[in-house]
Design a protein around this ligand. Structure first.
Ligand code: MN
Length: 155
C-alpha cells in the first residue's frame, strides 16, 4: 500500500458525525444571510475534484438560509429527520433520503422535530453566490400557503 492510499484511508475515519482532520466551521459568515444553529464541515475540497462535499448539521430548531443560486445541490440526508422546502414543495425527509435542488430554486432545510438534523451536500467547486429574497419576492412567495406556513415556522 502506498503512503497516499494509507492517507486516503485515514481521511475516512469518522465518529459521531465528526471526521478526523476536518474542522467544525460556522455555516456562513455572520451577517451574510439569515441562518440559525447550523455548522459546516468540508469533507472533500481538492484540486482533483470539480465538486465539493460538505456536511451540514442543524441543532434542534435550526435552519439553513432560505436562498437560491445558479448552481445546483445534490443532497443526502445523513442524520435524523427534518423538513425541506424546494421550490413550492415542502417535504418531510429522513436519512438516507436524496434531495436534488435545481438551479435558481428557492430552498431551505429545517430541524423541526427536536433532534439534530444533518445532510451531505455536493456542490460545484466554482459556483455563484447565493441570493436571498427581496421583501417583494418574499411577499410573492408567501402567497403560496405551504411556503408561508413553512417560513412562519422558521422565524
Ligand atoms: Mn443553497
Amino acid at each position: 500500500m502506498t503512503d497516499r492510499e494509507r492517507s486516503n484511508i485515514r481521511d475516512a475515519a469518522a465518529e459521531g458525525f465528526r471526521w478526523e482532520g476536518v474542522d467544525l466551521l460556522a455555516y456562513k459568515q455572520e451577517g451574510s444571510a439569515p441562518f440559525k444553529a447550523i455548522t459546516r464541515q468540508v469533507l472533500f475540497q481538492r484540486p482533483e475534484l470539480a465538486c465539493e462535499l460538505r456536511y451540514f448539521e442543524m441543532a434542534p430548531g435550526g435552519h439553513s438560509t432560505f436562498e437560491r443560486h445558479e448552481h445546483a445541490h445534490g443532497v443526502m440526508i445523513f442524520r435524523g429527520r427534518g423538513l425541506c422546502l424546494v421550490g413550492e414543495e415542502v417535504r418531510e425527509v429522513a436519512a438516507p433520503d436524496l434531495v436534488f435542488i435545481p438551479p435558481m430554486i428557492w430552498h431551505q432545510f429545517r430541524a423541526n422535530v427536536g433532534e439534530p438534523f444533518g445532510f451531505l451536500c455536493m456542490v460545484n467547486a466554482e459556483r455563484d453566490k447565493p441570493q436571498v429574497p427581496t421583501p417583494e419576492q418574499l411577499a410573492e412567495l408567501k402567497k403560496n400557503s405551504a411556503i408561508a406556513a413553512f417560513l412562519a415556522e422558521a422565524e
